[in-house]
Design a protein around this ligand. Structure first.
Ligand code: HEM
Length: 166
């Protein structure tokens, strides 16, 4: 089924148009890279706070309010720019295990980020041990797992180019 989809996309007029505009793919790749910078740096900094390794003078809720809008906006840009790259050259990604590994890592990181956001309904004390600035064990697990997942998406994204279909 993936093979059929790849063939259909490759033969589409959208794919042809993307390939013919010579500056489009480098421009979209640059936008993708900029959004990766914003997403991964925001994800790592928020992860450090969740792990209790940075900004103990700020609540987790305050740090999350600062970085979550950047994470969600960068994800939208990544989704749009990534989709253009897929349509332009579907054979590079849709049959590529590194790409699907990246999709799984992103989906899991997004699910954890939703979980973090849902916990913020408890207000400024969310994810903190009562009466302290220290993260709860759940916050530390969430922070550690998110950092690992964003870094996995980064490595797998770069890996796509090295596992190309024959
Ligand atoms: C959200 C949906 C996303 C889609 C649909 C998507 C899709 C793509 C595509 C099609 C490529 C080109 C691969 C190639 O031809 O070599 C790419 C590159 C890449 N992506 Fe994404 N991506 C997304 C999100 C992300 C995220 C969240 C990260 C990192 C956390 C990421 C990291 C990378 C990296 C590192 C590259 C390689 C860039 C380069 O070497 O020039 N992507 N992505």
């Amino acid at each position: 089924m993936i093979h059929e989809l790849t063939k259909w996309l490759a033969a589409s007029s959208a794919s042809e148009a993307i390939q013919q505009i010579f500056w489009l793919v480098p421009l979209v790749q640059t936008v993708h890279l900029l959004a990766i910078g914003i997403l991964v740096s925001s994800g790592l900094l928020l992860g450090l706070r969740l792990l209790g390794l940075a900004w103990q003078d700020q609540t987790i809720a305050a740090t999350a309010r600062r970085f979550l809008p950047w994470i969600w906006s960068a994800l939208v840009v990544l989704f749009v720019s990534g989709s253009v790259l897929i349509v332009g050259e579907p054979g590079r990604t849709l049959g590529n295990p590194a790409f699907w590994g990246k999709v799984v890592a992103i989906a899991a990181a997004v699910a954890l980020t939703f979980g973090l956001q849902a916990g913020l309904r408890h207000g400024d004390t969310a994810w903190l041990r009562p009466g302290t600035a220290w993260p709860t064990p759940a916050a530390r697990v969430l922070g550690g797992a998110s950092v690992l997942l964003w870094l996995s998406a980064l490595v797998l994204g770069r890996w796509i180019a090295y596992i190309l279909e024959a």
